[in-house]
Design a protein around this ligand. Structure first.
Ligand SMILES: Cc1cc2nc3c(=O)[nH]c(=O)nc-3n(C[C@H](O)[C@H](O)[C@H](O)COP(=O)(O)OP(=O)(O)OC[C@H]3O[C@@H](n4cnc5c(N)ncnc54)[C@H](O)[C@@H]3O)c2cc1C
Length: 373
């Protein structure tokens, strides 16, 4: 038996839990199927509770060097009219002001806090089987190994999930079945800005003075064509800077990424000494940008439970008791926003100035208290 905790997946969730376990002195190894981190993630918007969670992981100094603080959000309609805005620094407080960071930078900084050799790249887990003493794990092209505990941080299409839940896990997001993401030269955008029309939503977030992170999807569910021309057809008549940014990214389509927006909603995240965290447990459409936040919060709570309990086969129910309420809240608010986005445009534009700020507060206020001291 290898006495280290095995973390399957070296994304944000996997590296965060490895870091949290290391801080508690619990030996850990991470198996990542890829030989090197993918570039496809582009950037990630970190709301205040993500900043809190990363700070609890000892990353406050790392964060101040990454991306830019996002002090304000603006929601605009397809003609550019400002429907409402939110002062995010005021809402979250200076120490937890949201940030938009390059995903590769975040992965790099998370990994730097780990002892050398913690991450085994090019190491795909193919099976996970709980036994009476621990967990038997199959690796691609290698013999089986045993660990006292396995954390499934292997993302939306998790292999570990099969050992935990027999349920059909993958569903399509209400808001949009797929999305486009890209990085582009910053056209002068200095805050989180979304333009939303009948066919689509177009979001730009600065990662610094020179570059913006862009996200585009449908607003009323259904498919988003994998041909980049869908972007031109859906957004060319939006106000500047949208057409300007589109011209740049459509001239170099290799910088554009199309991917499905899939969700995981399952009734069980644990099975004995196997626990799911992050997207493997609860991938949710990025409406409120809670993926990284919830993943790091899961990691902090799970590591604390492993550090404070002798019998690791018994911590699953306590982990679910502490994590379910926040995740269920985010899922509910995601559905509420997605339904509102699908209302007739004239009606949505009329009510958003009133219900928008309230919806922001009702989503994020319950997430303001940090999950660990
Ligand atoms: C379009 C879009 C936009 C988003 N925007 C935001 C945002 O702005 N803010 C935010 O917080 N969240 C956002 N998210 C969600 C966010 O990306 C994730 O929730 C977050 O990255 C947590 O991911 P994870 O580590 O759980 O999974 P992943 O990032 O998927 O990492 C899983 C890792 O496991 C590895 N792996 C998979 N299978 C195996 C295996 N069998 N063996 C070994 N390794 C394996 C994978 O290679 C990968 O490295 C967005 C998601 C989408 C789809």
């Amino acid at each position: 038996m290898d006495d280290r905790v095995l973390v399957v997946g070296g994304g944000i969730a996997g590296l965060a839990v490895a870091r949290a376990l290391h801080r508690h002195g619990i030996p850990t190894v991470v198996s990542e199927r890829l030989a090197s981190p993918p570039h496809q993630g582009l950037a990630v918007n970190l709301p205040g509770n993500a900043v809190h969670a990363l700070t609890a992981l000892g990353m406050a100094d790392d964060l101040t060097g990454l991306g830019v603080p996002i002090r304000r959000r603006e929601y605009r309609n397809a003609r550019g009219r400002l429907l409402f805005s939110v002062n995010e620094s005021e809402f979250w407080g200076e120490a937890a002001t949201p940030r938009c960071v390059r995903r590769s930078d975040l992965i790099d900084r998370l990994g730097r806090g780990l002892p050398a050799g913690t991450v085994r790249p090019d190491c795909q887990v193919t099976s996970v089987r709980p036994t009476s003493l621990g967990v038997e794990v199959g690796l691609a092209g290698a013999a089986t190994e045993s660990h006292p505990f396995v954390v499934g941080a292997d993302g939306v299409r998790s292999t570990v999930r099969r050992a935990v839940s027999g349920e059909k896990a993958l569903g399509t997001a209400l808001l949009s079945a797929a999305s486009w993401r890209f990085m582009a030269p910053n056209p002068g955008v200095d805050c989180w800005t979304v333009w939303s029309g009948a066919q689509g939503t177009f979001l730009l977030i600065p990662v610094d003075a020179h570059e913006v992170y862009g996200y585009a999807s449908a607003t009323r569910g259904g498919p988003v064509d994998a041909d980049p021309e869908w972007l031109r057809a859906s957004f060319a008549r939006f106000p500047d800077p949208v057409p300007h940014v589109l011209t740049t990214v459509l001239a170099e389509t290799s910088s554009l990424y199309h991917s499905p927006v899939e969700e995981v909603r399952i009734g069980r995240w644990t099975q004995g000494r196997v626990v799911l965290i992050g997207d493997a447990a609860h991938a949710t459409a990025p409406v409120w940008a809670q993926g990284a936040a919830l993943a790091v919060e899961d990691a902090l709570v799970l590591a604390e439970l492993l550090a404070t309990h002798q019998d690791w086969s018994q911590i699953g129910p306590e982990y679910e008791r502490r994590r379910r309420p926040r995740v269920t809240h985010v899922q509910a608010m995601t559905d509420r926003f997605s339904r509102a986005a699908g209302l007739p445009t004239w009606f949505r534009d009329a009510i958003l100035p009133f219900v928008g700020p309230r919806s922001y507060r009702e989503t994020y206020r319950p997430l303001q208290p940090p999950v660990v001291a």
